[in-house]
Design a protein around this ligand. Structure first.
Ligand code: ADP
Ligand code: ADP
Length: 222
């Protein structure tokens, strides 16, 4: 089954200084359960591509299908639902809420999704599965190491059980050894849970974790 499909997608930003072509007739298809690395120089269109996969941006031209739904034909409310149910987001800066504990950060998407109870057991189980031990559940992000913060962020991305994980430079803020542990965790989620993983990275050594590398240069897939 296809998780994500781009059909002749272009994205053009119209600025006073002229048009910027961020994506130039991109077509691609990503199967469920694939681990994809998106690589390319700065300004080549990686963020634009990932934002579109995350339904945070819409194409100027062409069609984008996420879990068989054409995002160009959906209302903002429908896109929000699609994002919350089918997609999980992981960031370079972790983007945890500083005032909330580890378990509260993981619980937040459940609350936003209208969860009628707070599902403490589910949050604990997911945190344990990503390698956060009991005694850290009440720690604030500032009391955790970078690797631990990224594990909490991955737990948060998983809490609504999305099929697709979108990761923007997930190891960019971590040392090599911790980064490798996070990559192992993502590989595990692909192998054991069948997650589709799309990762943007500058780091060529990470390509070995991916089933396939998508190279993008000047908004075009090479
Ligand atoms: P990358 O992530 O590979 O660095 P981006 O997708 O951020 O590349 O950017 C691709 C091109 O589109 C760049 O020329 C960038 O300056 C431009 N761009 C990206 N976002 C915007 C925006 N919101 N407004 C105008 N130009 C943008
Ligand atoms: P990355 O670190 O992933 O390459 P960028 O620095 O290219 O990210 O972009 C960071 C954010 O700024 C993105 O959300 C992108 O859409 C936006 N952006 C990039 N270039 C421009 C631009 N020329 N004008 C406005 N926004 C931009």
């Amino acid at each position: 089954k296809t998780a994500i499909r781009f059909k002749d997608v272009s994205k053009i930003y119209s600025l006073k200084s002229g048009d910027v072509i961020a994506l130039d007739h991109v077509s691609l298809s990503i199967d469920e359960g694939e681990f994809i690395a998106i690589m390319g120089p700065s300004g080549s269109g990686k963020s634009t591509l990932l934002n579109m996969m995350g339904c945070l941006d819409t194409p100027t031209d062409g069609e984008v299908f996420i879990s068989d739904q054409n995002i160009g034909e959906m209302s903002d409310d429908q896109l929000t639902i699609l994002r919350r149910r089918h997609l999980g987001f992981i960031f370079q800066q972790f983007n945890l809420i500083p005032l909330l504990s580890a378990i509260e950060n993981v619980r937040l998407p459940l609350i936003l999704n209208g969860g009628s109870d707070v599902c403490t057991d589910r949050c604990r189980n997911i945190l344990s599965a990503v390698g956060i031990s009991e005694e850290r559940l009440e720690h604030k992000p500032s009391e955790l190491s970078g690797g631990q913060q990224q594990r909490v962020a991955i737990a948060r991305a998983l809490i609504n059980n999305p099929e697709i994980l979108l990761a923007d430079e997930p190891t960019g803020n971590l040392d090599t050894k911790t980064g490798a542990q996070i990559m192992d965790l993502l590989s595990h989620l692909r192998k054991e849970e069948g997650k589709t993983i799309i990762m943007v990275t500058h780091d060529p050594t990470l390509s070995r974790y991916a089933d396939r590398v998508i190279n993008i240069v000047d908004g075009r897939i090479q």
